[in-house]
Design a protein around this ligand. Structure first.
Ligand SMILES: [Cu+2]
Length: 273
């Protein structure tokens, strides 16, 4: 969308907000003039285009994620296939290598359980496919994270697993997590960076490279599952991540220990302003 269209759209939204406020004011005795004094938060510096949140849309900047199917059976292995289409509907074939892969696929249920990080293989027609099993029923978010022409994209769509759903509340915020007998702790947690340490029974555990860095981190915002853009550090288990808003985020940290096993530790992080 060009900036003018975006601005026009925003003006319409504002008009609707104010009309709604005026209407609410007439019934609820709220001063209709009040909301105008407070600018919407995203007008205060960071334009929508530069927000470090992606993964909210199926289509962005001319590219569209097209899942081959949007339903699956619980516990039954299936081919999770998709393609990336350009503006003319053609399948995109050329992808940049990012974190040693040309396509990263993140699958997580809407309640942020059942996290999976998959690397699909590209088929001769340019589409992608990976075998997947989703053990539990529910609505899943599927994020395709890739780069085309040096431009990063995270496009997402929903995939539903039929059956009765037992959704789980987001775990309380914590500074450490236990996984596979390891303790993973947040050593540094600022607004722009996160660093972790890994120990076993109090002793430091050596980790080896995973996807060209010391680890891989996916951070999702509670509510809309907004996908944060995160930069890994080549030498340490440290990531540059900017949290765009106050609120709770779920962090999925993946790293490989010396024996080659991949571990995923999940944390809830509360960000205040
Ligand atoms: Cu990946």
């Amino acid at each position: 969308m060009n900036p003018l269209a975006k601005l026009a759209g925003f003006a319409v939204v504002l008009a609707l907000v104010f009309a709604g406020a005026a209407f609410a004011g007439s019934r609820l005795d709220v001063h209709p003039g009040r909301p105008a004094a407070d600018k919407p938060p995203h007008m205060g510096g960071m334009a929508a285009a530069t927000m470090p949140v992606r993964g909210l849309a199926v289509s962005e900047h001319g590219l569209t994620l097209q899942l081959a199917r949007r339903t699956a059976q619980p516990g039954r292995r299936f081919e999770l296939a998709f393609r990336i289409a350009d503006r003319r509907g053609q399948t995109v074939r050329d992808f940049d290598v990012e974190h040693t892969k040309r396509m990263h696929l993140i699958v997580v249920r809407r309640d942020m359980t059942g996290f999976q990080h998959l690397h699909p293989t590209q088929r001769p027609d340019g589409s992608w496919s990976v075998p997947a099993t989703l053990p539990d029923a529910g609505s899943y978010r599927v994020f395709a994270d890739f780069s085309v022409g040096d431009k990063p994209y995270t496009l997402a769509d929903d995939l539903t697993v039929d059956g009765s759903v037992r959704s789980q509340a987001l775990p309380a915020p914590a500074d450490s997590a236990e996984v596979d007998g390891l303790r993973v702790s947040l050593a540094e947690a600022g607004k722009k960076a996160l660093a972790f340490t890994v120990t076993r029974a109090g002793s430091h555990v050596a980790i080896q490279n995973y996807l060209g860095a010391k680890g891989h981190l996916v951070a999702l915002r509670e509510g809309d599952l907004g996908f944060l853009h995160v930069h890994p550090d080549a030498n340490r288990l440290r990531f540059e991540a900017t949290f765009p808003t106050a609120g709770r985020y779920r962090l999925f940290l993946q790293f490989k220990t010396a024996e080659g096993r991949l571990h995923t530790a999940a944390f809830t992080r509360e960000v205040t302003r």
